[in-house]
Write a protein that binds this ligand. Structure first.
Ligand code: PLP
Length: 387
């Protein structure tokens, strides 16, 4: 009997090593990793720069706590602010914690106003994490079921629907912030229209609301820019990230600008491990790799290549409803539930995921070669055609 709590339905395979876009299992079989541990290992497995940085930091100093200066953390914060246009960063250990920080920050910001406000607008189909506040923010009843009572102070709107936000603005005087993903990941790779984020930015400015973007999955180059909001040429007030920021090392970050960056004062929020020297060394190595923009441009190009190949191969296939995505977030929406495809792909040496019941989701690494990209699209098309 396993002594692990049974909150995961795990596939019957364990991996022992990885290199670039491939992983090897305990029986020596190699697999092409088109999932990256859910958008985490964007630079591939055993990335030289990350490994070197971790080895050097591990042999120098692992942890001292946030009671002291942490130079690696300062450096990573400065670099993240340069790349994002934000002013300050709070470091934590996961995406959920980064969003939890954003929610707390919004509440504290709202409570500092002359007429305090505390309601946060969140979206249908969203995913923000598994802590109580982020679960409440998440727009998935299945994930919430059994954990009631949920938190107060959240209102939900349909995604990519500006009229719905305007209606809330007219009727609800307690709103303090809007929290959303620039592309919904768990929700089925939902890409909003190009004018959605600019319109939200305008409404937030008019209403004095904080625009808070969850870039836990979309961030760190995955969509072709460091952050997905950079496609829309807007700046949020708060942005959260995690996953790809550490390439496999647990790190999360909540970035903020303007007055939102000043509300967390000593004693108001914290984390024992958050931003420790080891994880920040990994984060800095990830930024080193992304800095010149080549890999991000490559993510955009590879995403188009894979989507084009899938569209060409699956044209006219009546199991396919839509092929969509942004950069290396790729979704193939099928007409019926498809969770069985994950096991079938594994048997063929390919790691993929299915989300929102019927959306095959690919989140391959940014270091994919053209040949590997072709292999991913061919294998996924085969898999769908063979149904
Ligand atoms: N936000 C988004 C958009 C995510 O995709 C995820 C995880 O899938 C999370 C938050 C939660 O991140 P974590 O699992 O690191 O807590």
């Amino acid at each position: 009997m396993s002594h692990l709590m049974q909150n995961y339905g795990r596939l019957p395979v364990s991996f022992v090593s990885g290199q670039g876009a491939s992983v090897r299992d305990s029986a020596g079989r190699e697999y092409l990793d088109a999932l990256c541990g859910l958008a985490v290992t964007g630079l591939g497995h055993a990335h030289e720069g990350v490994t070197r940085a971790l080895q050097a930091q591990a042999s120098a100093l692992l942890h001292t706590s946030n009671l002291y200066q942490v130079p690696e953390q300062e450096r990573l914060a400065t670099r993240l602010c340069e790349v994002s246009g934000m002013d300050r960063v709070f470091f934590c250990n996961s995406g959920a914690e980064a969003n939890e920080a954003a929610i707390k920050l919004a509440r504290r910001w709202g409570n500092s106003l002359e007429q305090p406000r505390g309601t946060i607008i969140v979206m249908e189909g969203s995913f923000h994490g598994r802590t109580m506040a982020t679960l409440t923010a998440t727009g998935n009843r299945k994930a919430q079921a059994g954990f009631e009572p949920l938190l107060k102070g959240f209102v939900r709107a349909p995604y990519d629907d500006i009229a719905a936000i305007e209606q809330i603005a007219r009727n609800n005087t307690d709103v303090v912030a809007v929290l959303l993903e620039p592309v919904q990941g768990e929700g089925g790779i939902a890409v909003p229209s190009d004018d959605y984020l600019p319109a939200l930015r305008r409404i937030c400015d008019e209403q004095n609301w904080l625009l808070m973007l969850d870039e836990v999955q979309t961030g760190n180059g995955r969509t072709g820019r460091f952050f997905a909001y950079q496609h829309a040429q807007i700046l949020p007030d708060v942005v959260t990230t995690a996953k790809g920021l550490g390439n496999g090392v647990p790190i999360g970050a909540c970035l903020a600008s303007g007055t939102a960056a000043e509300v967390l004062t000593p004693g108001t929020h914290g984390s024992t491990f958050g931003g420790n020297p080891l994880v920040c060394a990994a984060g800095n190595a990830v930024l080193d790799a992304l800095e010149d923009g080549t890999l991000m441009a490559r993510a955009a190009e590879l995403g188009e290549r894979i989507r084009d190949a899938l569209r060409a191969r699956l044209k006219g296939n009546n199991r396919v409803r839509e092929i969509r995505g942004k950069g290396l977030m790729i979704g193939i929406e099928l007409t019926s539930p498809a969770s069985g495809l994950v096991q079938q792909a594994l048997e063929r040496g390919l790691l993929i995921n299915v989300t929102a019941d019927s959306v095959v989701r690919l989140l391959p690494p940014l270091i994919l070669t053209d040949e590997q990209a072709n292999a991913v699209s061919a294998a996924v098309a085969d898999l769908i055609e063979d149904q």
